[in-house]
Design a protein around this ligand. Structure first.
Ligand code: DQA
Length: 143
């Protein structure tokens, strides 16, 4: 069984982008962490980052029938994209939404997520360990 980890815009800059908010780990570190957590729980893993909303939507559509569960950090698209939320509900897979930072401690515009309304579970403010928690949550759900 294979899990899909998706990362949205600007997460390619992890490690150098506002490290006081997002920490010093890079996206490659996050991928290694995810591969480790997935293997420990007995899953294979696909890992994708894109700065393009449509690429993320296409990956969500392609997950149908091939992927057991999705972990997604949609970046700023969290707060703007009904299209990503619609894609996630359309494929009817378990979805764990991850935010590295505690978005509720930050600007008001980060407090609303279109994705939370369609997510199975949400992990917020746990740093990059949130990705591990999300993978463990999919295992807990028995996907
Ligand atoms: C983020 C929070 C979003 O508000 C922001 O736009 C991001 C990263 C997080 O992981 O904390 O790009 O999703």
């Amino acid at each position: 069984r294979i899990l899909l980890v998706l990362n949205g815009p600007n997460l390619n800059l992890l490690g150098t982008r506002e490290p006081e908010i997002y920490g010093h780990d890079t996206l490659a570190d996050v991928e290694a962490l995810c591969r480790d957590a997935a293997a420990a729980a007995g899953y294979g893993l696909e890992f994708l980052q894109s700065n393009h909303e449509g690429v993320l939507i296409d990956a969500i559509h392609a997950a149908r029938g091939t992927i057991a569960g999705i972990v997604i950090n949609p970046g700023a698209l969290t707060h703007t994209s009904i299209a990503i939320a619609d894609a996630l509900s359309g494929v009817e897979l378990p979805v764990i939404e991850v935010h590295i930072s505690n978005v509720h401690r930050r600007e008001e515009f980060r407090h609303h997520s279109f994705v939370s309304a369609v997510a199975t579970s949400v992990v917020i403010g746990a740093g990059v360990n949130g990705y591990r928690l999300a993978i463990e949550q999919l295992a807990y759900l028995g996907v």
